[in-house]
Design a protein around this ligand. Structure first.
Ligand SMILES: Cc1cc2nc3c(=O)[nH]c(=O)nc-3n(C[C@H](O)[C@H](O)[C@H](O)COP(=O)(O)OP(=O)(O)OC[C@H]3O[C@@H](n4cnc5c(N)ncnc54)[C@H](O)[C@@H]3O)c2cc1C
Length: 409
């Protein structure tokens, strides 16, 4: 059985082979164990320095409803399953789910990321229910306390994802048209070069070829950019902003003639033991059929590569060719989904430092930034993916909160 506790010799053999730089796939094949088990042993050794399973106290209750169901199903399949096997399986499962989730949402490495900042609902579930796995299925309604006809509709129709008929660009286009109609000026392709804090309490914003004045700045640029444009006398803040990193992701869109996907669903995530650089594949044509090409069926896939593993697996982002990325993506579609046809259309995009990494201690950094702004009465609001959530939903929600705070409503 997959979760059987391995002998110490096999565990040591895993470490030995890894030292010889053998990939997880090969180690698993040599030793005849599951890839996830090899990955789990390596990770355990890395994080605890131990190879033996820790002895646990007899109480309090450690299992959850979900755990119990899983145990029952394991024992039904094999009535001779031991307690150690059960324990290993549950731990392995939680680790694989978290590993994949971090790769899917943050393109990040779960060993570096802060569960508390990346997935606050899971953090709360672990604290209150003692189980991350249970937290995933029993977090209850975490919808922010907002109300609108759209929220009602999304709840009624049980949306798990949303897009816009004309693609996500429609959102910025519509916002742009809306605020322009109300007299707002937009300066496109005008990077902010510096923010100067004036003696009279206002900002001077330096842009190419000039500057403009502002009473309040709402910064939606990535933390690393903000750290470079803030004035020198805000050094404690810029130091914190500089500690906040972001991962690079290559996105490869593949389109095939006809309906070539043998599976259904939104997509799949690839745990790190299956290959560091390959993060996951979204089945766009199934997830959002409204975006499909008109006049004849087609299959659209999005393959995500790199993230926290970009440099170690693919090298310098500036040196990786689009051909290599395309070839990796097409191969993944062929080997993981059986889609062996030649795509009729492809787009390869390299997004440098595009997903903020909420690494361990992120919440302390956020706390420091917001306290600094408050204590120094800086007319500055921080919004965008660098701080309190990387998804579009998070960005919209937090921007709205910020504006409400600013307007006092
Ligand atoms: C591959 C990938 C897939 C994703 N998939 C999803 C998904 O399915 N669902 C979801 O909810 N989210 C997804 N996201 C996250 C989503 O893209 C982010 O939530 C969103 O883009 C963050 O918006 P933002 O405005 O904070 O940052 P950005 O979109 O990064 O915008 C920052 C802006 O700042 C500008 N800028 C930089 N420097 C300056 C300067 N000096 N002066 C002025 N402007 C400057 C940049 O040009 C840019 O326009 C994905 C992200 C990636 C990379």
């Amino acid at each position: 059985m997959r979760s059987k506790e391995l002998s110490m010799q096999v565990k040591q053999a895993i470490l030995r082979l890894r030292k010889q730089k053998k990939p997880i796939r090969e180690i698993a094949a040599i030793l005849g164990v599951a890839k996830s088990t090899v990955w789990y042993i390596l990770r355990k050794k890395e994080s605890t320095g131990e190879l033996i399973n820790a002895k646990r106290p007899g109480n309090p209750q450690k299992t959850t409803v979900v755990d119990d169901r899983r145990i029952i199903s394991m024992v039904k399949r094999n009535p001779f399953t031991t307690a150690n096997q059960v324990n290993n399986t549950l731990q392995e499962l939680a680790d694989i789910v978290i590993d994949s989730l971090c790769r899917g949402v943050f393109a990040g490495d779960s060993r570096q990321l802060s569960l508390r900042s990346c997935f606050p609902f899971l953090y709360e579930a672990e604290r209150h229910k003692r189980s991350v796995v249970l937290g995933m299925v029993a977090t209850g309604d975490k919808t922010p306390p907002l109300d609108s006809p759209l929220i009602h509709r999304s709840k009624k129709e049980k949306w798990s994802q949303w897009s816009l008929r004309g693609g996500m660009q429609t959102l910025s286009d519509t916002l742009e048209a809306y605020i322009k109609d109300r007299g707002v000026q937009i300066h496109k392709d005008t990077p902010v070069e510096a923010l100067h804090w004036q003696a009279d309490g206002g900002w001077q914003i330096k842009v190419p070829g000039g500057s403009m004045a502002a009473d309040h700045v709402i910064s939606a640029v990535p933390a690393a950019v903000l750290s470079k444009v803030l004035p020198l006398n805000t050094e404690p803040m810029t130091n914190t902003l500089r500690e906040m990193s972001a991962a690079t992701v290559a996105v490869v869109n593949l389109e095939y003639d006809g309906d070539v996907l043998p599976v259904s669903g939104f997509g799949h995530l690839i745990p790190s033991f299956e290959g560091d650089a390959m993060l996951g594949i979204v089945y766009d044509s199934l997830a959002f059929p409204e975006h499909n090409r008109r006049g004849g069926s087609s299959t659209r896939l999005t393959v995500m590569l790199g993230g926290a593993w970009f440099e170690s697996s693919l090298g310098d982002p500036d040196a990786v060719s689009k051909e290599v990325l395309l070839s990796l993506a097409s191969t993944a579609a062929a080997t993981q989904l059986g889609v062996k046809e030649t795509p009729c259309r492809t787009i390869v995009t390299l997004n440098k430092s595009c997903i903020p990494q909420y690494t361990l201690g992120h919440w302390k950094r956020i706390d420091h930034l917001f306290s600094y702004i408050r204590q120094h009465s800086l007319p500055l609001s921080l919004v965008g993916a660098s701080y309190e959530g990387v998804s579009v939903n998070d960005c919209i929600y937090n921007a709205r909160k910020s504006v409400k705070r600013l307007l006092g409503c």
